[in-house]
Ligand binder design. Structure first.
Ligand code: SF4
Length: 416
């Protein structure tokens, strides 16, 4: 693509988003199609950096959990029967611990209670150790059409540090199995900023990943989360603390390498071949509705933000029967729910929208949604943030700059 075409394309994207709202007669965002998130809270091994709501050694609960999840789908569906669903995302945890027959029952339940678009994006996260051709073929036949594989690193010492179940040859075989099984939309995850990781090791992991030609790439800076073995090792001096400057150099290196390989960065941590942006995650970043189901899932629908019970045992108990007496999107599995007021919705929309490096925040779309110009609400965007070249502001758009991406957490903190 020529530079001129590239910039013309960037200029067109926000207008398309504005049109998407206007084509629907500027309807409330809560009437727009849903993205449904399903949290599968089981893993075979707990990784040393992981603070997600996920559990090991609970295989006996998997089938009761599937039955409870199907009941939860029925309850949520009863609140908005036939509402259009454009994307479904099975995350976790490790959804690839489920059998194809269980995945089939879950997806069929969503199809029964909602109007799932014929071209819906249906994604599943997976562990490379679980993927062979027979499994991939069966998963593809269930209707799952986008697969995310947790590669994390190409280096065995780094994978061992994380207690991952795989080595790099396993990832190569998993990608091959997914391709043979019919997947033409693959994401690979990598982690950077790992203790003792050098820039050269990071370059090798990136090259190993690029040689597998995924359609989509997610890169995450390693977080040292409370309650994890990794945090304990850093606190007791067994591991060096992450080096923020080196992590920033790794991010810059990745941006250059992925750009050279033909990937477009469309979000702070995400790159895609043109047309392969993750539609489900775009729904989050546009602050549009996404019912969340499963233990510890977060959801946002009908102006309510909520999360569900963390414990799989309590979740299963709460959903033994289909109880539709609560007001949508609440179910017996919802642990906490708050109505999002206008000022919180504005702040969330700004923070999420700034993550979208190309699309940014359309001033027109923002005005349609909130009746106010984003710069009137956040004058510092056009003031000190633009002066320090952290964001760019023009007549139509507000976007974070390449420099601003490195300081995004500070920008979000100061704005909201
Ligand atoms: S596989 Fe994923 S969800 Fe499971 S423990 Fe590891 S990082 Fe956490």
């Amino acid at each position: 693509m020529s530079i001129l075409n590239y910039y013309m394309k960037l200029a067109t994207i926000p207008q398309l988003v504005a049109n998407a709202l206007c084509d629907r007669s500027c309807m409330s965002v809560h009437e727009l199609p849903y993205s449904v998130y399903l949290h599968i809270p089981f893993c075979k091994i707990k990784c040393t950096y992981c603070a997600f709501n996920t559990y090991v050694n609970l295989d006996d609960l998997i089938e009761p959990f599937v039955r409870a999840l199907i009941n939860e789908i029925a309850i949520i569906g009863a609140g908005r029967p036939g509402h259009r669903v454009d994307t479904i995302y099975l995350g976790g945890g490790t959804p690839s611990v489920l059998m194809p027959e269980q995945l089939h029952r879950i997806i069929s339940a969503i199809r029964k209670h909602f109007n799932v678009s014929p071209d819906a994006e249906i994604s599943m996260e997976s562990n490379p150790s679980d993927l062979d051709v027979a499994y991939m073929t069966a998963v593809r036949q269930v209707g799952i059409n986008r697969l995310s594989i947790g590669m994390q690193s190409a280096h065995l010492p780094e994978l061992d540090l994380f207690a991952r179940r795989h080595d790099h040859p396993t990832v190569v075989r998993a990608v091959d199995a997914a391709r043979r099984g019919g997947f033409d939309n693959l994401n690979l995850d990598l982690i950077y900023g790992i203790p003792n990781q050098t820039l050269e090791m990071w370059r090798e992991s990136l090259n190993a990943m690029l040689s597998l030609t995924p359609e989509h790439i997610s890169l995450y800076a390693l977080g040292i989360e409370d309650g994890t073995p990794l945090k304990n090792w850093v606190e007791t001096g067994k591991l060096p603390a992450p080096d923020d400057d080196l992590a920033a150099d790794m991010y810059e290196l990745a941006s250059d390498m992925l750009d050279a390989a033909g990937y477009e960065q469309y979000e702070i941590s995400n790159w895609a071949k043109p047309g392969h942006e993750c539609r489900h995650n775009l729904q989050y970043w546009r602050n549009l509705p996404y019912p969340g189901l499963g233990p510890g899932a977060h959801g946002y629908a009908a102006g309510v933000r909520y999360h569900t019970i963390l414990s799989p045992q309590r979740y299963i108990k709460a959903l033994e029967r289909i109880d539709t007496s609560l007001e949508f999107p609440r179910t017996p599995a919802v642990d906490h729910a708050v109505v999002v007021d206008r000022s919180a919705e504005i702040a969330e929309t700004l923070m999420m929208g700034l993550r979208l490096t190309q699309e940014g925040i359309s001033r027109e779309t923002f005005r349609q949604r909130f009746g106010v110009d984003v710069l009137e609400h956040f004058p510092e965007l056009a003031g000190r943030f633009a002066a320090h070249e952290l964001v760019t502001v023009d007549e139509h758009m507000v976007r974070i700059t390449r420099r601003g991406r490195l300081l995004s957490n500070m920008i979000f903190r100061e704005l909201v």
